[in-house]
Ligand binder design. Structure first.
Ligand code: FAD
Ligand code: SF4
Ligand code: SF4
Length: 406
C-alpha cells in the first residue's frame, strides 16, 4: 500500500504538510509530493480538504490471503513436557478457530514424543502436525525456523500463535522475517474482528500506558507471541478426538549453524510464579532487603510463593525472577496479596487477572485499592504479623478440632 497525491486535484493548501507527523511531504511547485519516509499512517488523507490524497491499494505487496485457513499453535515442549503456555494457546486458539469456523492445529517438534502429540489432542487440537527428528530434540533457531516456515508455506494457516517464552521470542521474529509477514509480540488479548475476520492483536504500548490493537491486513499468517499466564488453559478431555500427522522433514546438520553441545540447567531454583495458586508480593513499601523476610513468612504460612514489584527488584532487595508486571511475569493466582505496592499500571498489567486480590498499604489512596477485592490500610509490619498470628490460631483450632473428633 502507498500514499498517492492526485495532482489534478491538489490546490497546494499545505494542510497535509502540517498534518504529517513524519515530515514526509514536500511542497514542490505548489503540489504535495510524498517522500520515501512516508509510513502510510493515513493522517494526510483525512486532512486534505479536497480529497487529493489517497491510499493506493494497487500497490499492496501482500499475498493472496484468501488461500490461508486455520489456526496454528506452536506446542513448545521441553524434555517431552508441553509447556503451560502452549496449553493456554490451545484454549485461546480453540475460541479463535471456532469463531472462524476452521481447524485448530498444534505444531509439535521433537524426538520420540508421540505421547505429547496425543496429549495435545486431549487439550482440544483437531490436528497435530508432529515432526519427529533427532535434530529437533533440542531447540535451535535454524532448525525450528526451517521446519515451521516450510510447513507454513506448504499448508498456509491464517493464524500462528507462539508463547512469548525465551524460545518463542527467538522463533517468532525469525519465522515472520522468513515468511515475509508481520508479528505482534507479547499480546495480552486476541479477538476476531466480527466484520472482516481479521485477528485483532492487543498488547501494551508506551510503557503500558495504553493498549494498542494491531492487525496484519495484507499478509499471512497473522502471527502473535502471547505472554505466558494471560490466557486461560484449554480443558483436558480424555475422550477428545483429533488426528496426529507424523511428518518427516528434509533437515540436515548443515541446516543448523549453531550446535548445541550441552544443556546445563540453572542451579537456581526456578520461581514458579506463573503456576503458583498463592502469591504474596512485596514492593518498595517493604523498605529493605531484610523486610522481604516478613513477606516470605506469610507466603510460607499460606503455602504460596514470593512476588515483587519492579521497584523492589531495582533496589536490589529481591531478584528479577520474582518480578510481576509488564517487564516481569504475568500471573493469575487464586490469591494475590500485594504488600507495600502502590499499584502502578505496569504492575497491574501482570496481576490484575488474579482471582482474589488483597492489598496492604498504609496510604488509603494508593491505586492498588481500586483493583483489590479486600484492602487493609495499615503498616505492613503490623498487619502481616497480625495475619500470621491469626492464621496460627486457626491452625491451633483445627488441630484441637481434629484431636477432639478422634
Ligand atoms: P511505589 O510506587 O513507591 O509504592 C510503594 C507503596 O508502598 C506506596 O503505595 C506506599 O504507600 C506503600 N508503603 C510504604 N511503606 C509502607 C508500609 N510500611 N506498609 C504498607 N505500605 C507501605 N513495575 C512493576 O511492578 N512491574 C513491572 O513489570 C514494571 N514494568 C515497568 C515497565 C516500564 C516500561 C516502566 C516505565 C515501569 C515499569 N514498572 C514496573 C515500574 C512501575 O511504574 C512502578 O514504578 C513500580 O511498580 C512501583 O513499585 P512499588 O509499587 O513497589 O513502589
Ligand atoms: Fe505523512 Fe502519514 Fe501522509 Fe505518509 S501517510 S505522508 S507519513 S501523513
Ligand atoms: Fe494538496 Fe490536499 Fe496537500 Fe492541500 S492537503 S496540499 S490539496 S494534497
Amino acid at each position: 500500500m502507498a500514499i498517492r497525491v492526485i495532482n489534478e486535484k491538489c490546490i497546494g493548501c499545505g494542510m497535509c504538510v502540517k498534518t504529517c507527523p513524519f515530515d514526509a511531504i514536500d511542497m514542490i511547485n505548489k503540489k504535495a509530493v510524498i517522500k520515501d519516509n512516508c509510513t502510510v499512517c493515513g493522517a494526510c488523507v483525512d486532512a486534505c480538504p479536497v480529497d487529493a490524497i489517497v491510499k493506493d491499494e494497487s500497490k499492496r505487496q501482500g499475498m493472496d490471503i484468501s488461500k490461508y485457513e486455520g489456526v496454528w499453535v506452536f506446542a513448545e515442549q521441553r524434555d517431552g513436557e508441553v509447556l503451560n503456555v502452549a496449553i493456554e494457546l490451545l484454549g485461546e486458539g480453540r475460541k479463535l478457530a471456532d469463531k472462524r469456523g476452521v481447524e485448530l492445529t498444534a505444531v509439535l517438534l521433537g524426538k520420540g514424543i508421540d505421547n505429547v502429540a496425543e496429549e495435545l489432542v486431549k487439550y482440544g487440537a483437531d490436528k497435530v502436525l508432529y515432526v519427529d527428528n533427532e535434530l529437533l530434540e533440542v531447540y535451535t533457531t535454524d532448525g525450528y525456523t526451517k521446519v515451521i516456515s516450510e510447513l507454513i508455506n506448504d499448508r498456509k494457516p491464517e493464524i500462528m500463535l507462539i508463547g512469548a517464552t525465551t524460545i518463542g521470542r527467538d522463533l517468532g521474529p525469525r519465522l515472520s522475517a522468513r515468511l515475509g509477514t508481520g508479528l505482534t509480540a507479547d499480546c495480552t488479548r486476541l479477538e476476531i474482528d466480527e466484520e472482516d475476520g481479521k485477528l485483532l492483536q492487543t498488547r501494551p504500548a508506551f510503557g503500558g500506558n495504553l493498549m494498542a490493537t494491531i492487525i496484519t491486513p495484507d499478509h499471512r499468517p497473522q502471527m502473535s507471541t502471547v505472554r505466558p499466564g494471560v490466557m486461560e488453559k484449554a480443558h483436558y478431555n480424555e475422550d477428545a478426538n483429533g488426528k496426529v500427522e507424523t511428518l518427516a522433514v528434509d533437515l540436515t546438520e548443515a541446516d543448523i549453524k549453531a550446535k548445541v553441545e550441552e544443556c546445563i540447567k540453572s542451579e537456581k531454583e526456578e520461581v514458579a510464579l506463573e503456576e503458583a495458586p498463592i502469591i504474596v508480593a512485596g514492593g518498595r513499601g517493604v523498605g529493605n532487603e531484610k523486610g522481604f523476610e516478613v513477606i516470605e513468612k506469610l507466603a510460607h504460612k499460606l503455602g504460596g510463593v514470593v512476588g515483587s514489584s519492579r521497584a523492589a527488584v531495582d533496589a536490589g532487595w529481591i531478584e528479577h525472577p520474582h518480578q510481576v508486571g509488564q517487564t516481569g511475569k504475568t500471573v493469575r493466582p487464586k490469591l494475590y496479596i500485594a504488600c507495600g505496592i502502590s499499584g502502578a499500571i505496569q504492575h497491574l498489567a501482570g496481576m490484575q487477572s488474579s482471582d482474589c486480590i488483597v492489598a496492604i498499604n498504609k496510604n488509603a489512596d494508593a491505586p492498588i485499592f481500586k483493583v483489590a477485592d479486600y484492602g487493609i490500610v495499615g503498616d505492613l509490619y503490623e498487619v502481616i504479623p497480625a495475619l500470621i498470628e491469626a492464621l496460627d490460631k486457626v491452625d491451633d483450632i483445627m488441630e484441637a478440632f481434629k484431636a477432639a473428633s478422634k
